[in-house]
Design a binder for this molecule. Structure first.
Ligand SMILES: NC(=O)C1=CN([C@@H]2O[C@H](COP(=O)(O)OP(=O)(O)OC[C@H]3O[C@@H](n4cnc5c(N)ncnc54)[C@H](OP(=O)(O)O)[C@@H]3O)[C@@H](O)[C@H]2O)C=CC1
Ligand SMILES: O=C1O[C@H](COP(=O)(O)O)[C@@H](O)[C@H](O)[C@H]1O
Length: 494
């Protein structure tokens, strides 16, 4: 690892303490940081270096996946931290920062490789990038890179504007847009699972696959982020970025096409037709794991008349030679029954009509569990001898030992420090994702899609089940299949 100056905007914030410091500490323990490494934390709070170091240490005790009892390691780690008071809106503060950075680089004989990590609100991204350039912070002898947090824009236009602003100060290859789902170990393993297993490669096509289901369900509500969430909803918070990145990663078909090509091939939706393929939901009061949960509109900080989406389910198709005609269902929501991120691939059953009731088989399923557990399961049919020899399903399970595995932020910060862009969201993907989502945003704004309610602690609105039932499918592992005969138009559930 090259010697680096790590400049962290938003060093006093929530993300820094929950994710960034623990990730850096684990990289340090794994000897993945250069010995000549310094971190300069920034915020408006009037902290001293010592107060900052104490905060960092506290965050390790609270959030590190590794025990933070080894005081010698902690001491050696926090020695690298310095703090500088800064208001990102004041250009003179960048000049002051430049002096701090240069002084530190001289003390440690650093070559001027500078990593700028923007862990601040998105309204500051453009301004900070421009000021880094204007102040000379971006003109050292070494490389410069920018790590940028989500959200990347609020819609297509604002994302394009932001990208133009960033582009004036940083080249695309210098920008590392974090999508933490791409840092999740199971997502990083998907590529190799597909590429190194010819048996999987061969069935990874519309000849064998009946449908694909991607789920990211959460039990948490809006927590402390009401002000942010009530303006973005599930469609912007999760779908436009994490869910579409999962789709692109899965769809690239062991590298036969790129993520960008996958996104380009997703059949576009017309605003008027969004209602046919998208379900919008919002939770009402309910209970989760035995505990009562308030409805969305009763959450602190949420507009009591809010029509914001806390759940979306989308049906789409990829029009390319491998994926054509396979329905792909994606859903994500808050305050659902369980925390689970998974991809289920349902395979076709070419012979199902020829089986007797006794021998009737279930489809083979290939399940990638991404979190909270990680694993790959193949559901197959077998003869259940103790049970009158009926055919039933059995899972062939491969669960990974997650202990010791780096977490998403460790993987991503390490890659960015190495200059490896593989698991970051590239501009062309981000732009295509916004383009695809734009008609949905407009249809929601214009109320062209009904808002379906679901009680907290369920798998989302019934309309989400009906979306699949329209194709004779159902979500695996939660709702019961809805018989087609009982189909009620989804609009009736609004
Ligand atoms: N928290 C999370 O779980 C996640 C956060 N993110 C993204 O990460 C970024 C940071 O989020 P989070 O840490 O939660 O936010 P916080 O509100 O907790 O922290 C914001 C940080 O920005 C600093 N800041 C605000 N205004 C200024 C200013 N004018 N000049 C200098 N510093 C300023 C604050 O420092 P001070 O108050 O000292 O000035 C603080 O360190 C956001 O873009 C968010 O969307 C993304 C995914 C998850
Ligand atoms: O980016 C976000 O992700 C989290 C869910 O992440 P996970 O790793 O726990 O699956 C979500 O809660 C949050 O609203 C969103 O901004």
């Amino acid at each position: 690892m090259e010697a680096t100056t790590f400049v962290l905007f938003g060093a006093t914030g929530d993300l820094a303490k929950r994710k960034i410091y623990p990730a850096l500490y684990n990289l340090f323990l794994d000897h993945k940081l250069s010995k000549s490494f310094t971190i300069i934390g920034l915020g408006r709070r009037e902290w001293s270096d010592e107060a900052f170091q104490a905060q960092v240490e506290q965050s390790l005790h609270t959030f590190s996946r590794r025990s933070a009892d080894d005081s010698a390691s902690i001491k050696a780690f926090i020695k690298a931290f310095r703090y500088s008071v800064m208001d990102v809106e004041r250009i003179e503060d960048y000049h002051k920062l430049l002096q701090v950075v240069e002084q530190r680089e001289q003390e440690l004989h650093l070559p001027g490789n500078r990593m700028f990590y923007l862990s601040v609100g998105p309204e500051f991204f453009g301004k900070i990038a421009a000021s880094i350039q204007e102040s000379g912070l971006g003109s050292a002898k070494g490389w410069k890179r920018l790590i940028i947090e989500k959200p990347f824009g609020h819609d297509l236009k604002s994302a394009q504007e932001l990208n133009q602003e960033l582009g004036k100060a940083f080249k695309e290859e210098e920008i590392f847009r974090i999508d933490h789902y791409l840092g999740k170990p199971m997502v990083q393993k998907l590529d190799v699972l597909e590429q190194s297993n010819p048996a999987l490669q061969d069935i990874w096509t519309n000849q064998y696959i009946a449908n694909v289901q991607i789920t990211a369900s959460e039990t948490v509500g809006v927590e402390e982020r009401a002000g942010y969430y009530d303006h973005v909803g599930a469609i912007r918070d999760m779908f436009q970025n994490h869910m579409l990145q999962l789709l692109m990663t899965l769809g690239k078909n062991d590298g036969r096409i790129s993520k960008r090509q996958v996104m380009e091939s997703v059949e576009p939706l017309l605003k008027e037709n969004v209602v046919n393929d998208v379900v919008r939901g919002q939770y009402t009061a309910g209970s989760i794991q035995g505990k009562p949960a308030a409805g969305y509109k009763d959450e602190p900080g949420i507009d009591p008349c809010s029509t914001n989406d806390t759940f979306v389910a989308v049906r789409l198709r990829i029009d390319d030679v491998f994926w054509r005609d396979i329905p792909i269902y994606i859903r994500t929501g808050k305050r659902m029954k369980e925390k689970s991120t998974r991809i289920v691939i349902e395979f076709k059953q070419p012979f199902k009509r020829s089986y007797s009731a006794q021998e009737r088989t279930a489809p083979n399923l290939l399940i990638f569990e991404i979190s909270p557990n990680e694993g790959v399961t193949l559901q197959i049919n077998h003869k259940d001898l103790p049970n009158k020899g009926v055919t039933s399903t059995i899972p062939v399970d491969l669960h990974f030992n997650q202990s010791g595995e780096p977490e998403a932020y460790e993987n991503l910060i390490y890659d960015a420090l190495q200059g490896d862009p593989t698991f970051f969201a590239h501009w062309d993907e981000v732009e295509l994702a916004w383009k695809w989502v734009q008609p949905i945003l407009e249809a929601f704004e214009e109320d062209l899609v009904p808002l379906h309610h679901y009680p907290a602690g369920t798998y989302g609105p019934d309309a989400s089940d009906l979306l699949l039932a329209e194709d004779g499918n159902h979500w695996w592992f939660d709702s019961k299949p809805v018989p087609l005969a009982q189909r009620i138009p989804r609009e009736a559930y609004a």
